[in-house]
Design a binder for this molecule. Structure first.
Ligand code: ATP
Ligand code: MG
Length: 286
C-alpha cells in the first residue's frame, strides 16, 4: 500500500527518449519503489515522499523555474545550450555523449578552421555559435530539430554539430568527427534556491540515496583468502583494508528491510557507523 506523505518532492524526468530507461533504472537502484504506467504522466513513490513527473526533456528547466517541480534529470548538454536558471546538484554518470563537429568522410575539411564561411546544421545553435565564435569563424548556422546527421547528404549543410555517443549514427551517414565541443551526461538539477525550501531536507535524503548508487558503481566488495603474515603487504593494494585494520573497526553483517535501513541511516551515521555496504540477497530460508 502507498504511504500518504504530507510534503512530497516533485522530480521531473524525460517522458520518452534516450534518458528515460536509464533514469528509471537509476531511480529503482536508489531503492525507490514506484511503477510506470502506460500513460506516464505521474508516478507516486511507495516508500519515499516523491512524485515523478514525465515531461519532455527541454521543458524540465521551465517546470523547475515555474516551481511546478522541485528537481529534474536532464542531459547536461541542455544546460550548456539553454543556460536555464537552475542549479546542478549531481552528475549521474550515465547517458554519456559528446557534442561534436562532423563532416562528410570524403570532404576536404580537416580542421574546424576549414569551416570558415561554410554552413553547419545543428539542433544546438547556441553551443555551436559559442564554439565557432571562440575560433573567430564566420559560420552560417542552420537550426534543425531532428535528423541533423542527414543534412550534409541532403546538401543543405557542409558540416553538422550534433550529439554522438558511440559514433555509430555518424558512421552510418559517412561522417567523421573533426572536433569535440563538450562532453555531457545526465545531471540532477534544482531551483537555485532549493536549500531555502522546506523540502530541502528531503532533497538531501534523495541526493544521499543517489550518491550511494554512484559510489557502489565504482567499487566491488572482495573477499580475499590470505595467510596472516602477508597481510601488511596487502595494504598497498587495498587502501581501505589498512583503514579498517588500523581503526580496529569491525564488520557486522545483518539483514534488514531496505526501507527501514534508509530511515535509520542518519541516526547510524550520528552514532559513528562508517561505511555501509548494501548487497542483494538471493534467497532466504529460515
Ligand atoms: P524530447 O522529446 O523529450 O524533447 P529529445 O528528442 O529532445 O526528446 P533525445 O534524443 O531523447 O531528446 O535525447 C535526450 C538526451 O539524451 C539528450 O539531451 C542527451 O543528453 C542524451 N543523449 C545521450 N546519447 C545521445 C546521443 N547519442 N544522441 C543524442 N542524445 C543523446
Ligand atoms: Mg528534447
Amino acid at each position: 500500500m502507498t504511504k500518504i506523505y504530507g510534503n512530497m518532492i516533485k522530480l521531473a524526468i524525460q517522458k520518452d527518449g534516450r534518458l528515460t530507461a536509464e533514469t528509471l533504472d537509476f531511480l529503482w537502484k536508489a531503492g525507490l519503489d514506484f511503477e510506470v504506467s502506460k500513460q506516464r504522466l505521474l508516478s507516486t513513490c511507495r516508500n519515499f515522499p516523491l512524485e515523478i513527473y514525465f515531461i519532455r526533456d527541454d521543458d524540465i528547466p521551465n517546470y523547475i523555474g515555474s516551481k511546478i517541480v522541485d528537481l529534474g534529470i536532464i542531459g547536461q548538454n541542455i544546460l550548456f545550450e539553454k543556460r536555464p536558471k537552475v542549479k546542478k546538484l549531481l552528475n549521474l554518470r550515465y547517458c554519456f555523449c559528446s557534442l561534436v563537429v562532423a563532416v562528410p568522410k570524403d570532404s576536404n575539411i580537416k580542421t574546424v578552421s576549414d569551416l570558415n564561411s561554410l554552413r553547419v546544421a545543428t539542433s544546438y545553435p547556441e553551443s555551436a555559435k559559442i564554439f565557432f565564435d571562440k575560433y573567430n569563424l564566420k559560420v552560417s548556422i542552420v537550426t534543425i530539430n531532428g535528423s541533423v546527421e542527414i543534412a550534409p547528404n541532403l546538401g543543405f549543410a557542409d558540416a553538422i554539430v550534433d550529439l554522438s555517443s558511440s559514433g555509430s549514427t555518424l558512421a552510418m551517414q559517412e561522417l567523421r568527427v573533426v572536433s569535440n565541443i563538450f562532453d555531457s551526461e545526465a545531471v540532477l538539477i534544482a531551483d537555485p534556491l532549493y536549500l531555502k525550501s522546506p523540502k530541502s531536507g528531503l532533497v538531501e535524503q534523495l541526493i544521499s540515496r543517489f550518491k550511494s548508487v554512484l559510489s557502489a558503481k565504482q567499487y566491488k566488495l572482495v573477499i580475499i583468502n590470505s595467510a596472516q603474515n602477508i597481510l601488511p603487504k596487502l595494504y598497498k593494494f587495498f587502501p581501505y583494508l589498512k583503514r579498517n585494520q588500523l581503526s580496529k573497526s569491525v564488520n557486522i553483517q545483518t539483514v534488514i528491510k531496505e526501507d527501514l535501513l534508509w530511515e535509520s541511516i542518519p541516526r547510524l551515521k550520528k552514532l559513528g557507523v562508517k561505511d555501509i555496504y548494501i548487497l542483494p540477497i538471493e534467497k532466504i530460508i529460515s
